[in-house]
Design a protein around this ligand. Structure first.
Ligand code: VG1
Ligand code: CO
Length: 557
């Protein structure tokens, strides 16, 4: 094939955040913007990692993915990649891409998604690169890519026609080929090896159990019917918004209490189903709801970990270890303690779990941001989390006759709190603040931390320590610093402050608060009530209103 060399100039601001490069789609549509980043990536990888190699490509179906697919394919071919596997119509969820990389022993892959950020001509686009074990590229690679975006001068592009991504099969172009694959089959095969589908089916197909899944017009729309309906016997009407759309039907595909409001309304209605779940743009997040009951993501990972061995065949010899991101509540810590499992606390972002999994130290992990997963792949996995919960509920009800009262999602959570205590948790997000004020606030907090002393009084709380979280990877020794400011009090309560690394405009301030409650008689309290004093403390310690001018958060989880 003929390779063209296209001259180009560096563009500012191509530094990746918590998970890939995310910008307004208009930014990505500027001439060579995406092409520069893709070429910078090939300039950063050792040639043996892609020359004549195999890469995968998928995305969440958002606006601009079609054009982007063709750009990526041509640059991959131009740089000597041997073959690229593409999900039909460019569709493949983040967890499915991770599964495909692993199963087909690819060198890596691209995901075209800005995840939970809205899509469409006026909204966001994004790109992530995952490495050979299916994990998000570590920082030493993304830093190198960024460095190369600053000095790039030419792009190598293969002179081939646009590839028809609607038909399955291989197209050969000289020594380069493209294979369009079904985005579901490898992933479904993996799910069937992890879970007992017969067990789950025995619950989902019951006449006295009602299931609801909201795909939010995002990528899990492509997975929900084949998995929940065709394989597990759910009613076809149980899938809402099940067709992926370029603008997610004008929605904000973030499965939380604010943006997945339709599902929340259904699950809190008079005649609510027994089980509700939603997933985000690229299918790696999940929200789990019972009838009029919300499972916080921090509790979700703890409950899955506690029940994994009994309910999920993949974990039949017990999880190897557990981990959570720093701001995620300590509910999981208590499970690790009780089950005597190795436990790790990592910075925000799934890329920090991969090394632990590759080293065989970690099986089940999660983040408070609706991310839950395990070492079956190297990404968080929304559908996996739903199947994990369905497994737990199926297992607990497997001997129940029709008409007998079933053990519910809420029953499982309350029982868990009785055993382990309840970690009340909430996150306040202040989206699109002015960057200047937000940065000043973080600077101010860093200064407070540097002057803080143990035993200091903060209202009714006594400080144990305050710091800006630093993580040393136990496997490769790499250090990640400035990962979030935390105030930890002597009763285990915490307040944490971070700036988001996934936004596309301004700065998003995140405040996380947590308090442990061992007293069962207080477990039914509303989290906002239980946490009120801590939330007030967080607002006054940070002077958030003064620095950002914000009275109220945009999203409360
Ligand atoms: C957010 C979440 C983080 C998650 C990341 C990517 O990052 O807080 O836990 O890993 O999004 O998720 P930040 O930097 O905005 O807080 V996804 O579904 O967008 O790949
Ligand atoms: Co996502």
């Amino acid at each position: 094939i003929k390779i063209m060399t296209v001259p180009t100039k560096p563009v500012e601001g191509q530094k990746t955040g918590t998970s890939g490069l995310r910008k307004k789609v208009k930014v990505f549509m500027q001439e060579n913007y995406l092409a520069n980043w893709i070429q910078a990536l090939f300039n950063s990888l050792p040639p043996e990692d892609f020359k004549n190699g195999l890469l995968a490509l998928g995305g969440d179906g958002r606006y601009f993915n079609r054009e982007a697919s063709q750009i990526i394919i041509k640059i991959a071919a131009g740089n000597g990649v041997g073959k690229i596997l593409v999900g039909r119509e460019g569709i493949m969820s983040t967890p499915a891409l991770s599964a495909v990389i692993r199963k087909r022993k690819a060198n890596g892959g691209f995901i075209m998604s800005a995840s939970h950020n809205p899509g469409g001509p006026d909204y966001d686009w994004g790109i992530k690169f995952n490495y050979s074990s299916g994990q998000p590229a570590p920082e030493y690679i993304t830093d190198k890519i960024y460095g190369n975006t600053l000095s790039i001068s030419e792009i190598k592009m293969a002179d081939i026609p646009d590839v028809d991504l609607s038909r399955l099969g291989v197209t050969q172009y000289g020594n380069f080929s493209v294979e369009v694959i079904d985005p579901v089959s490898d992933y479904l095969e993996l799910m069937e090896s992890v879970f007992d589908f017969e067990l789950i089916k025995s619950l989902v197909s019951r006449s006295d159990f009602r299931f609801a899944f909201d795909a939010m017009h995002a990528v899990t729309g492509a997975y929900a019917k084949p998995i929940f309906v065709d394989k597990l016997g759910a009613d076809p009407g149980s899938i809402a918004n099940g067709v992926p759309l370029e603008d997610f039907g004008h929605g904000h595909p973030d499965p939380n209490l604010t943006y997945a409001k339709d599902l929340v309304d259904v699950m809190y209605s008079e005649n609510a189903p027994d089980f509700g779940a939603a997933s985000d743009g690229d299918g790696d997040r999940n929200m789990i709801l019972g009838r009029r009951f919300f499972i916080t993501p921090s509790d979700s990972v703890a409950i899955i970990a506690a029940n994994a061995q009994a309910a999920i065949p993949y974990f039949q010899s017990g999880p190897k270890g557990l981990a959570r991101s720093m701001p995620t509540s300590g509910a999981l810590d208590r499970v690790a303690d009780k089950l005597k499992l190795p436990f790790f606390e990592v910075p925000t972002g799934w890329k920090f779990f991969g090394n632990l999994m590759d080293a065989g130290k970690l099986s089940v992990c999660g983040e408070e941001s609706f991310g839950t997963g395990s070492d079956h792949i190297r990404e968080k996995d929304g559908i996996w989390a739903v199947l994990a919960w369905l497994s737990i509920i199926s297992y607990r009800n497997k001997d129940k006759k029709i008409g007998e009262k079933l053990i519910s999602v809420a029953d499982v959570a309350k029982e868990h709190w009785e055993t382990y205590g309840r970690n009340f948790f909430s996150r306040y997000d202040y989206e699109e603040c002015e960057s200047e004020g937000a940065n000043q606030m973080i600077g101010y907090l860093r200064e407070l931390v540097s002057k803080s002393k143990a035993e200091e009084k903060y209202g009714n709380y006594v400080l144990q320590f305050a710091d800006d979280f630093t993580y040393t990877d136990p496997v490769d020794g790499s250090i990640a610093s400035k990962q979030g400011i935390r105030f930890v009090f002597t009763d285990g309560s915490r307040i944490i402050f971070r700036l988001s690394g996934t936004g596309s405009a301004g700065a998003t301030v995140r405040i996380y608060v947590e308090q442990f409650e061992p007293d069962v008689s207080r477990h039914d309290m509303d989290a906002q009530m239980a946490l009120k004093p801590l939330i007030e403390l967080a607002l006054s310690v940070s002077k958030l209103k003064e620095f950002t001018g914000r009275e109220k958060p945009t999203v409360i989880t």
